[in-house]
Design a protein around this ligand. Structure first.
Ligand code: AVI
Length: 326
């Protein structure tokens, strides 16, 4: 008998257990909900790439405008006084936007180490290869894991000043309470003088916002429905995708842009051995993409204990990268 344990499959088992617990807890709640953090399996990653390439989804182009065309201003805002530092990117992905900043810093001979944090080792390996090719002089330390665990690891690796990038309005995928807690925890995990740069999608014409999440081609709908496919595959469930419909809302007063799936009939779905009943028109709350006013951002900064360093907006003034200091 082979008693050797495969540590990798054990980690995967734990992930599946968490996923199952979260899904069952969410679907047994009233109203039903699923967490958008589970959107990103292989198909979800591909669909999100397609979303970012849609003309309606302005967020990526706006933040790219900042990183590509306002790089010197950006660098001035984030660099601590002439000291070498660690530039840490939370959820780095393919670092499409930050690569412009990295290139600028390398060309200027700035002393820094780039530390991308991502939950996916595969993504980090690809990023490493890409950056080694494009920017051979860049020093990279990849950190695979959860954000706060990896921030602690980064602190244990060097005592240099930390500059944290959290781009793409990923903060908008947290409820206001979660965003408050996240920024507070971020502050507590950093040292005096460290900085954070956070990308916020700003409140604007509500049609512009709703269109970005309600595309006629149905890519955003497919992105939401893909989570049901993932549950079918990974948790042995029997969602019939034709019986659920994507519904998007935007409330310009609160800034909450929310997606739901609507059950098109009375139906029972089985997840493993757990039956979940849906009434006709019952909703599953899928995702929030919160939009912010200048006041909302200020309130978040103050509550979490950061000082304001500055901010840069894109040329349309639809998106802001805010820089705060501990
Ligand atoms: C990743 N995140 C910032 C995207 C957003 O805009 O909320 C996810 C997304 N959901 C639908 N479209 C894009």
């Amino acid at each position: 008998m082979n008693l050797q344990l495969n540590p990798h499959s054990k980690v995967e088992d734990i992930h599946v257990d968490h996923f199952r617990e979260d899904v069952l807890e969410g679907l047994k709640s009233d109203p039903k909900r699923l967490s958008s953090k589970y959107f990103y399996d292989e198909t979800g990653d591909r669909l999100f790439q397609e979303i970012m390439a849609m003309p309606e989804y302005y967020l990526t182009q706006c933040e790219l405008d900042i990183f590509q065309n306002k790089t010197a201003d950006l660098a001035r805002l984030i660099i601590p006084e002439n000291e070498p530092f660690d530039l840490i990117e939370l959820g780095a992905g393919d670092a499409m936007k930050s690569t412009f900043l990295l290139q600028y810093l390398v060309e200027k001979g700035t002393g820094f180490t780039y530390m991308p944090i991502d939950i996916s080792g595969h993504i980090l390996t690809e990023l490493n290869e890409k950056l080694n090719d494009k920017l051979p002089g860049l020093e990279i330390v990849s950190l695979e894991g959860e954000y706060f665990d990896m921030l602690q690891k980064a602190a244990s690796l060097s005592s240099r000043r930390k500059v944290i990038l959290f781009l793409g309005s990923n903060i908008g995928n947290m409820s206001i309470v979660e965003a408050d807690q996240f920024c507070y925890d971020l502050n507590r995990n950093l040292a005096s003088g460290d900085r954070v740069l956070i990308g916020f999608d700003l409140k604007k014409n509500p049609h512009t916002i709703l269109n970005a999440y309600n595309d006629k081609t149905g890519i955003t709908a497919a992105f939401n429905l893909n989570l049901l496919t993932r549950i079918n595959t990974e948790l042995n469930a029997d969602f019939n995708l034709g019986q659920f419909q994507h519904y998007q809302t935007y409330d310009p007063i609160s800034g909450a842009c929310k997606s739901f799936l609507v059950s098109l009939k009375n139906q029972t779905v089985t997840i493993g051995s757990d039956p979940i009943s849906f009434e006709e028109n019952e909703l599953i709350d899928m995702e929030i993409s919160q939009k912010f006013s200048a006041e909302n951002i200020e309130e978040l900064r103050e509550k979490s204990g950061f000082k304001k360093s500055g901010e840069i907006k894109d040329s349309k003034k639809w998106f802001v990268d805010a820089v705060w200091q501990v």
